[in-house]
Every structure is written in C-alpha cells, then in structure tokens.
Design a protein around this ligand. Structure first.
Ligand SMILES: Nc1ncnc2c1ncn2[C@@H]1O[C@H](COP(=O)(O)OP(=O)(O)OP(=O)(O)O)[C@@H](O)[C@H]1O
Ligand SMILES: [Mg+2]
Length: 470
C-alpha cells in the first residue's frame, strides 16, 4: 500500500506535535494545522486518507470540519480527538461523520492501532465505491448493443426517462434484453447508488410471492420464525424490477396497485404501515393489453404500470444488429477463454439470416457454443448448426425500418412479394391453387407472377388447354 497521507488538526501545539511525531516515525506522510479552516484549505488542495482532528478549535471547529469532509463526498476517513471522559462529544463527533475517536491522553499503541483500522476502513470504502462505479458503468448504454433504428429509439427513451421516477413497462419476447434494459435505466438514474432489487413474479410460488414482496412478521404463518423485510423495503430509495409482471395473481395485483398509489404497505401478518420510496420498472413477455382484455390483468394496474411503455422488438425485426451482437459476444468469449476466434463473412451472413425465436439470448448462447466447439479459430458456415445453414438467404434481411441511407421502394416491395410467394409455395407443398389462396390471389395471377420470374418453364411451354369438348 502506498504511504498514507494523514492530516492532523489541533490548536494546541503539544498534542499536535506529538501526533505528528508518532505518526511520521511510523512512515506516514503527516501534515499538521492549527484549526479547521487551515485544514479545509489543505483538503481542497490535495487528498488525505485520514484526518485526525481536535474538537475545540478557534475559527472552524472540529465538528464543523467533520461535517464539511462528510459533505464533500471525498474518500477521506475522519477521527476525532476528545478529552478523557467526554462521551457526549465523542458521540457528537461520530454523528458528524467521524469513523472513530481517540481519547486524550492516549498511548502510542492505541493511537497506531486506531489509525491503522481507520485507514483499512477507508481502503475498503474506496474499493466499494470503485466496484459500485464499475457495476454502474457496466450497465450504462455501453452494454446495450445495437444501432438499429428500433434500438436508437429505445436509447432515446431511456435517456429521457432514466432520471425521472416514472414507472416503466418493458414489453418484449423472451430473450430480447428486457432485464438488461431495466438495469440500464436504473444505473443511469439518480438512484444508481441505491439498490436495484429484482423479483420474478413468474418464478416464485404464488403463496410465497406476497411475503417476498412485502415481508412478514414473526409468526405470520407456519415457518415464519423471524420477521423479514420484503423486496419493497430492500429497494427503498432504489428501484424494484417486477419481472414477468403478467404472472401475478389477481389478489396480489390489488396489493401492488395500492403500493403504487400510496407508496405504503404492511408486512404480511403485521399492522404497522410502512412507507417506501421505490421506483418501479416492470417487464413482461406477454402483451399486457391482451391480458387486460381477457380479464386476467387489472386494467387500473395496467395503466399505473404503463406510464412509459417500451417495446423491445424481436431480434428478427432488427437483424441489422446481429453482426454487432456477434462481435460483442465473440469478444466476451475470447476474453473469457483466452481464445482468438472469429467468424468468416459468410458465417456472419448466415447467422444474420436466421430468425432467432429465442432472440438475443439464443444468439449469445450460440456464439458461446461455437467458440467452445471450434477446432479452428476461423469459424465458417460449415460449423454452424444445420437449421441456420439451411435458412434461405435474405429471409430476414428485409428492412423493416427505413434505413438512414434510404431505399428503392419498388425493389424492396418486389423482394418482399417474391419471398412471400416462395414461402406460400413451400407451405402448400408446391400446389399453386393452395399457395394462391394463402396469398389472397387467384391462381392465374400467381401463375402470371411466377412466369414473369421465369419460374414456370414447364407451364409456359405447355400448350394452351384445349377447349372443352362438346
Ligand atoms: N441489446 C443487447 N446487447 C447486448 N446483450 C444483450 C442485448 N439484449 C439482450 N442481451 C443479452 O441477452 C441475454 C438475455 O437478455 P435478458 O435477460 O435481458 O432478456 P429478457 O428479455 O429479460 O428475457 P426473458 O423474457 O426470458 O426474461 C442476456 O445475457 C443479455 O445480456
Ligand atoms: Mg428477463
């Protein structure tokens, strides 16, 4: 550990000199000042790991100095020096932000032990801070990959709502990145230093969900041997992520509605009303509006949740993001395994054509599997699973959103028509009347279209049918 920097503030030269001498002899870098004002001046100039301050000093006194350091948010630990027997002032010092206090007169050993402990604490604190910042950065937008118009729209919404306390409802198929998005919103909000508490309403047994959410008091039900805080309490000041919110039972929906309206609730079996300050982000892979229509989800709760709706489109509707995602996941895998795998252009093309029913999660797992199984660092089409190799080219490359560089509408529509016709023929086993029906065309129109594409050699060569006899 680098030499710790300690600042000593005491208006009496005796104790000040003693502290400076003892600490310097231990190898610490020590600066000593005569009052709080001088201390604050020095603190503005450079960083100190520890401040040891007397409480009674002229101009800015010790308590004020402690409060000021606390307010600055710097990673500086403070210790107060108090007169023997003055418990009152020790308590006051701790309240003002001191980590510990040293009672005068002190022994060398007591001093060094306490200083060491305070420095250790400071080190842990700054490590924690660092970790928290790292986690936060991890969920900044940097971790959300994709620059399709759909994703850009989502970034814009997230940027706008993150810092508000507005309730967000994220809808999207399984594996589209709803949870990742919820994290991005939380870690970009002013609640980022407070917890993000997730709860999966679909994964917890119905009769346990209520006590998971609201907590319970001792004896509330068989097995409740102690009182326990629920997720709402744990999320106080932060964000509660209600995952698979569509799975919640009707009676729980009523209770959640009340918390959303009043920000208050009781623990299961308890009578005391608890107040919390919690932001809600909900997610669902069902279309909640349909659930409301079907009478399975309360309409009033739906409107409470649906303040800011975000729909994450399935990956097949933003296939332009696929190459970026592949590179992202590839990088992660290579780093984790110390490998240097890459895909050929053709492999990336083939991977981009596949419709991914499991969305981004499926792509992520696929990249991992391919890297693990790779004999050669260059992964080609041959290495891809048959279902991906056999997906017809272009099947997913139609622009669903207008690309910024524009397009030629006639060509795109033609392409779309060809693809739908090919699919219809495939689905009907080549029977043209059936395929025509699937497309809402009559058979002659379909045949005409096929002929234009030169796909009807035989029929074209066939002589016109003879007029019916008779
Ligand atoms: N835009 C994205 N950029 C990078 N990784 C993504 C993106 N979207 C999803 N992922 C990754 O895909 C996986 C699935 O994402 P996530 O768990 O957020 O999906 P989900 O919509 O919550 O799925 P489910 O409905 O099944 O819970 C995660 O590992 C996540 O990191
Ligand atoms: Mg999820």
């Amino acid at each position: 550990m680098a030499t710790a920097h300690i600042l000593v503030a005491d208006d009496e030269s005796g104790p000040r000199g003693l502290l400076r001498q003892l600490l310097a002899r231990e190898g610490y870098e020590v600066a000593a000042v005569e009052d709080g004002e001088q201390a604050l001046e020095l603190l503005r100039e450079r960083h100190f790991d520890l401040v040891i301050t007397d409480l009674v000093m002229p101009r800015v006194d010790g308590l004020e100095l402690l409060r000021e350091v606390q307010r600055s948010g710097d990673a500086t630990v403070c210790m107060a020096v108090t007169a023997h027997g003055s418990i009152e002032s020790a308590i006051e010092a701790m309240r003002a932000g001191a980590f510990d206090y040293l009672t005068k007169p002190f022994t060398r050993n007591a001093l060094l032990l306490q200083v060491e402990r305070a420095l250790e604490y400071g080190k842990l604190q700054s490590e924690n801070r660092h970790l928290r910042r790292e986690v936060r950065d991890k969920y900044k937008f940097a971790n959300l990959i994709g620059d399709s118009p759909a994703m850009q729209r989502i970034y814009r919404i997230v940027g706008k709502v993150a810092d508000s306390d507005a309730t967000v409802l994220i809808e999207g198929e399984s594996g589209t990145g709803k949870e990742l998005l919820a994290r991005a919103i939380h870690y970009n909000s002013r609640r980022a230093d407070r917890p993000l508490v997730p709860i999966n309403c679909g994964a917890i047994p119905k009769d346990l969900l209520e006590s998971e959410l609201f907590g319970h008091v001792k004896g509330a039900f068989t097995g409740a041997t102690t009182s326990r805080a629920g997720r709402f309490e744990l999320a106080d000041g932060g964000t509660l992520f209600l995952d698979e919110v569509g799975e919640m039972s009707p009676d729980l929906q009523v209770k959640i509605l009340r918390v959303l309206q009043e920000q208050e609730f009781e623990r299961v079996g308890g009578t005391k009303t608890l107040h919390v300050d919690v932001r809600i982000i909900a997610a669902t892979n069902k279309e909640l509006e349909r659930e409301v229509e079907a009478g399975r989800f309360r309409e009033d709760l739906y409107y409470r949740l649906n303040v800011v709706p975000i729909t994450v489109p399935p990956l097949r509707e933003r296939s332009g993001d696929i190459p970026l995602l592949i590179h992202h996941f590839l990088e992660i895998q290579n780093e984790r395994r110390g490998s240097r795998c890459r895909f050929t252009e053709e492999a990336i093309q083939a991977l981009s054509n596949y419709p991914y029913p499991g969305n981004v999660r499926e792509l992520e797992n696929l990249v991992e599997r391919l890297v693990v199984l790779a004999d050669d660092p260059v992964i080609g089409v041959e290495e891809l699973p048959p279902k991906i190799r056999n997906t017809p080219p272009h099947a997913a490359t139609l622009p669903m959103n207008l690309p910024p560089e524009g397009l030629v509408l006639k060509e795109v529509l033609e392409e779309l028509e060809h693809r739908l016709i090919d699919q219809a023929l495939e689905m009907s086993g080549g029977v043209k009347s059936k395929a025509a029906k699937l497309l809402g065309l009559n058979r002659t129109t379909l045949v005409e279209k096929l002929r234009k594409r030169g796909l009807l050699e035989e029929e074209a060569k066939r002589p016109a049918p003879a007029p019916p006899a008779g």
